[in-house]
Design a protein around this ligand. Structure first.
Ligand code: AHR
Length: 538
């Protein structure tokens, strides 16, 4: 079913009263769509038709959609970022250089920290001052392991400066106090003479940092305190009062939103708090089965699980649409942003590793899923102003895996690298009429797409072929431009379980893509099976 056809159906359905009339309208809507597409692309008979309106763009794709999330969980922060100043692994003030360099190459725009569930049991004052004096704590969410607090506020904000990215800090509502939260913001951002600012100076940092984003709690419907939406709303309104913008640091306040489908939570928190927030979060994790309790292996799967992940990934579309509809009703001016500040795939931990550390491998399947998520965020960039994949290193759908001094880049990293061209570009409207990828008696659209135009006028199209066995032909009309040059890159492999290992770190990486032809404003593309392709049009 065509995406735009679905939209038209919904629009018309509200204004008619009889079933009969409804069906007439459906047929008309279908014809109207087909004639739009066909008049745009002539009498082409390709299965897959795409129209890109190269001169119809008004929304900007925030660079923060390409954001990241790092928690004190397993080996994400420790080993992933923090190796300590005395480590033989090359580092700058304890932070490993190879990881920083790799993340700068994908233009990491923003990093969320310290959790996750960890955020609501983190007491920041234990993570400042001389490291040898910092008390240890128990990380109760993630394996009951000892948290040394060696990596704290100063180290995190140093990391953000090394990465040249914005800081997004999640505060503790679940087990923390209002005073503690207020002190933290003052400690980091106040330039004047105050106890907290002077404590920061005593700990070696004279000038305040710029902390742009502050989350008031995390998953407070679950690990962050098991609250009702009504109770959290009251707490949000109270806590946020003391999250101040000091010394010209205009802080963006983020309320805790729902996890996947919880429209009650979104409605209540928006209704009760929207005037006191700048953004609200949404979390969405996906896996290779319809059953949340069965995660499955990251690397050993068959087409049934491949298909299930594609189907589950596509749920991001209705999830965004429905949450945005709620937001639009309560905040019609569109003042409050939606931050999808945790998302990604979640598999069984790699055999032989601590299951609580959530260390998983990452295959071509994760890469295609990632491409679909990012396309969906791009296409909803009117409201979605940030997204943070979980998590940066060694945890869940990681960009980077480390083993001692070794570091490898995952297929998901490569998708972020290929898609970075969309950061801060103008979203272009697309009409898509695509065939199905069928498995058993189920089907999903065979490919997914988004497109943007950057400030220099270059157009980028990111395409994902969801079908693991069949290449697909796409006939694309570039309405409003007659391009002179097209180039492309592709991420694919022969095997759907292809992934990089420490012994074979380059099994899967982007390659030059040239299976397309340009004729005037018509671009014919043959997408390889199970692939992510990014085309650049000049
Ligand atoms: O990313 C892992 C966990 O998933 C986070 O700590 C939590 O917010 C979510 O449930």
């Amino acid at each position: 079913m065509k995406h735009s056809e679905l939209k038209k159906l919904k629009f018309r359905a509200v204004s008619i009263e009889t079933i009969h009339f409804f069906f007439v309208i459906v047929i008309l809507a279908g014809c109207a769509f087909n004639s739009t597409v066909e008049s745009a692309i002539g009498q082409e008979t390709h299965t897959n038709k795409l129209v890109i309106y190269t001169d119809r763009g008004k929304e900007t794709i925030s660079r923060n959609i390409y954001g990241h999330f790092s928690e004190h969980l397993g080996r994400c922060v420790y080993e992933g970022f923090w190796v300590g100043e005395d480590s033989p692994i090359p580092n700058t003030r304890g932070i490993r250089n190879d990881v920083v360099e790799a993340l700068k190459k994908i233009k990491i725009p923003v990093l969320r920290w310290p959790g996750g569930c960890f955020a609501d049991e983190y007491h920041w004052k234990e993570g400042i001052g001389p490291r040898q004096n910092r008390p240890a704590m128990l990380n109760t969410h993630w394996g009951m392991v000892k948290e040394t607090n060696a990596f704290g506020t100063h180290e995190f904000l140093d990391l953000c400066e090394q990465l040249d990215c914005d800081a997004y800090i999640a505060g503790n509502v679940g087990s923390g106090t209002v005073e503690e939260m207020q002190d933290w913001v003052e400690y980091m951002t106040f330039d004047g003479d105050s106890d907290m600012a002077n404590l920061r100076r005593a700990n070696g940092r004279d000038k305040p940092w710029r902390v742009k984003y502050f989350g008031v709690g995390n998953e407070n419907w679950g690990c962050g305190g098991n609250m009702t939406a009504e109770y959290y709303s009251d707490l949000y309104n109270r806590f946020q009062t003391y999250v101040r913008s000091y010394s010209g640091n205009r802080i963006v306040k983020v309320a805790c939103g729902p996890g996947s489908v919880n429209y009650h939570w979104m409605t209540v928190v928006m209704e009760r708090c929207h005037q006191r927030m700048d953004a609200i979060s949404l979390h969405h994790y996906v896996r290779g089965s319809g059953d949340w309790t069965i995660k499955g292996s990251a690397t050993k799967f068959d087409e049934k699980e491949w298909f299930a992940l594609m189907k589950n990934t596509l749920t991001i579309y209705p999830l965004l649409k429905d949450n945005i509809e709620i937001m639009d009703k309560i905040d019609p001016q569109g003042r409050v942003d939606l931050f999808v500040d945790e998302w990604g795939t979640w598999w069984d931990a790699e055999p032989g590793t601590n299951p609580a550390f959530l260390y998983q491998q990452n295959t071509l399947r994760d890469a295609v899923s990632c491409g679909i998520f990012l396309n969906a965020f791009n296409k909803h960039c009117r409201r979605v102003k940030m997204a943070n994949i979980a998590q940066t290193n060694n945890v869940l759908q990681a960009m980077i895996l480390t083993k001692g001094e070794k570091m490898i880049l995952t297929p998901t990293y490569h998708v972020f690298e290929m898609y970075k061209v969309h950061q801060d570009a103008t979203l272009l409207q697309v009409d898509l009429d695509c065939g199905d990828y069928k498995f058993g008696d189920e089907k999903v659209p065979s490919f997914d797409v988004s497109s943007s135009k950057d400030k220099s006028g270059k157009i980028h199209i990111s395409l994902c072929n969801l079908d693991p066995s069949n290449p697909t032909d796409v006939s694309c009309k570039l309405l409003g431009t007659e391009p002179a040059n097209v180039s492309g890159r592709v991420l694919t492999a022969d095997d759907m379980t292809a992934h990089n290992t420490f012994d074979e770190p380059e099994t899967i990486k982007p390659a030059v893509f040239s299976d397309f032809s340009l004729n005037g404003d018509m671009l014919a593309v043959k997408l390889p099976a199970k692939s992510v392709v990014v085309l650049e049009i000049k």
